[in-house]
Design a protein around this ligand. Structure first.
Ligand code: NIG
Ligand code: FE
Length: 416
């Protein structure tokens, strides 16, 4: 990026903050989306320097872009992905078309274990290159901050391999990247007959100390579900993670309400993710907590499963974020714009609510809102320019079009 970059004649500059917020947006406030029409945006040394109405536009910069007819948004903050994986799984998808369920495939040793076998065999360099390509793809779709999980390793060696790849991705891209340790994604076959505790012990006694020792993870995750880990097992893993300062962001309530939300909140979870099924007790617990409800509507879309009850959560005053869940099993797509379309069409979120949930609340779900998630002076200049559009709502409305014309991400080292 040049030292100073000026975007002029912006039809609408979206998600602007004069004073950056210190709390995520909850409940009815989600419908408020601050924008400026006929605006300019000035970037200096990789950070937002200034913005405002065109009548106050500076008269020069090192580089200028005329955005007539176009809008500018802060980059999407995708707070839940499994972007490092070895191969796609369309054969399981065809099995589901023929009638098998996700759980049946998983119980047969397919699903996550299928991805784990493939990842264990794949060379690190190849996995890195494939994941880097996916990062570039989602950057062009407008994402500027992303979380990436391990969880297809399921051995000490392969979980470390995944997390080291994520660290390399962090070092190689200008996007913001956060790493989450998801050793508790599935119980490997050899531990399923009477020795589940053996696998949990491996996570607690061998994986976690090495991961923490190398500083490879920002968060800890568990797939708390009938096909994966019970609430009691989830709590063991979260307690062990807490000893290394790893806060939870967990997979919960994807298929069943088991009490995992209460456990996550008890352990100080930053977010609870999925929530395709939510009961009244879960809502009451979340009302009293600071935990963000992260919804991943492209997963149930792909599985043809329950749609997360976004309205129930928002109308209860809760904080909702949106993310892709990009992974080969339940969401082979990292496209946030499509997630917004599903949020509006299937979950009845207003476009403004969906945009807040996919930008600033996603940044809070990664504890990175000081740097990402809105157009605010001093934040990183991660943003995208749309193609010409009639209105903000047009972006989720036109679900099949790629309306992102140019995506900008900057490392602050751009300053030099
Ligand atoms: O978030 N549900 C658990 N994990 C992923 C799917 C993983 C897979 O099927 O490979 C998810 O949907
Ligand atoms: Fe996931």
């Amino acid at each position: 990026m040049p030292k100073t970059l000026l975007i002029k004649n912006i039809k609408e500059l979206v998600q602007v903050e004069d004073a950056p917020r210190s709390q995520p947006i909850a409940g009815a406030d989600l419908a408020i989306l601050p924008t400026i029409k006929n605006a300019f945006l000035l970037v200096e040394n990789g950070r937002f320097k200034d913005f405002g109405k065109m009548e106050n536009c500076p008269d020069r910069a090192d580089e200028e872009v005329d955005a007539t007819g176009r809008m500018v948004f802060p980059s999407w903050c995708d707070s839940h992905t499994h972007l490092v994986f070895a191969k796609s799984r369309e054969e399981e998808w065809v099995d589901r078309i023929k009638g098998l369920s996700y759980e049946e495939i998983s119980n047969k040793g397919g699903g996550i274990l299928n991805s784990a076998r493939r990842l264990q065999e794949a060379p690190e360099e190849l996995l890195f290159e494939q994941a880097y390509e996916r990062l570039e793809e989602v950057k062009n779709y407008g994402t500027g901050l992303i979380e990436i999980k391990s969880g297809y390793g399921l051995t000490v060696e392969s979980e470390l391999k995944m997390l080291r790849i994520i660290r390399r991705l962090k070092e190689s891209t200008k996007m913001g990247v956060k790493a989450t340790f998801l050793g508790a994604h599935s119980v490997p076959m050899e531990y399923r007959n009477g020795n589940r505790q053996g696998y949990i012990d491996l996570i607690v006694n061998e994986m976690l100390p090495q991961i923490a020792g190398e500083g490879l993870a920002d968060y800890i995750d568990v797939f708390c579900e009938k096909v994966a880990f019970s609430v009691a097992e989830t709590e063991q893993v979260l307690e062990a993670g807490a000893k290394y300062g790893l806060k939870p962001k967990i997979h919960v309530n994807q298929f069943y309400c088991l009490g995992g939300i209460a456990a996550a909140v008890k352990h100080g979870a930053v977010s609870v993710d999925h929530l395709e099924v939510v009961d009244d007790a879960d809502v009451d617990i979340l009302k009293k907590a600071n935990t963000i409800a992260t919804l991943l509507p492209s997963a149930p879309f792909f599985l043809n499963d329950h749609i997360p009850p976004a309205r129930k959560l928002i109308d209860a005053g809760l904080t909702v974020a949106l993310a892709t869940d990009y992974n080969p099993g339940t969401t082979p797509s990292g496209r946030m714009s499509f997630v917004l379309s599903l949020a509006c069409i299937q979950m009845k979120m207003l476009p403004e609510e969906a945009i807040n949930a996919a930008t600033i609340n996603g940044a809070f779900a990664l504890e990175a809102a000081n740097e990402y998630g809105s157009i605010a002076r001093g934040k990183r200049a991660n943003f995208f320019i749309t193609k010409p559009m009639p209105s903000v709502a047009y972006l989720p409305y036109a679900f099949g079009s790629n309306l992102i014309e140019r995506s900008f991400v900057s490392k602050v080292s751009d300053a030099s």
